[in-house]
Write a protein that binds this ligand. Structure first.
Ligand SMILES: [Ca+2]
Ligand SMILES: [Ca+2]
Length: 157
């Protein structure tokens, strides 16, 4: 049995390291920002949320605020040409963007693609945020199918 000290030592070592880490049979990518990442098969936003939660993670909240980290993760998982869900939405109140950890989006963290958020494409309400290829954000219909980008703190592993 791993004791608390060796577990903490392991977490501290992982904290600033980039690379693949095996946890409970899954390959996570440590992005060196204190968080581990993995991707799951495409689904709608709510299912993506549940799928990340089911493996003790959440849709990404830290990574989307940093373009370099985002790019590194997308390259790592070979999803540079696919859209990904991140943990940000305005489901509860229109145009009030809330991260999946409950924090409100600060304008200084926002990384919207030019002209976004549109909230509406003429047909469909857009309440859930996904990453374009560039790593910039777009609000889209929560019913769209995108790759969930799951994130967990190094200290929650
Ligand atoms: Ca909206
Ligand atoms: Ca949009």
């Amino acid at each position: 049995m791993e004791n608390r000290f060796s577990r903490l030592k392991n977490q501290m070592e992982t904290l600033f390291q980039t690379g693949v880490k095996q946890i409970n049979g899954r390959s996570w990518f440590s992005a060196g920002n204190g968080y581990l990442y993995l991707t799951l098969p495409a689904s709608n936003y709510q299912a993506a949320n549940r799928s990340c939660a089911a493996i003790g993670a959440r849709l990404a909240v830290a990574a989307p605020r940093n373009m370099n980290i985002t790019r590194m993760i997308r390259n790592q998982f070979g999803i540079t040409s696919q859209y990904t869900w991140i943990g940000l939405n305005d489901i509860e109140q229109e145009n009030t963007w809330v991260w999946e950890n409950g924090e409100r989006l600060l304008s200084s963290d926002a990384n919207w693609s030019s002209g976004e958020p549109t909230n509406w494409n003429g047909q469909v309400v857009e309440d859930c945020v996904m990453l374009y290829h560039s790593g910039k954000w777009n609000d889209a219909s929560c019913d769209h199918m995108h790759i969930p980008l799951c994130e967990v703190s190094v200290f929650d592993t």
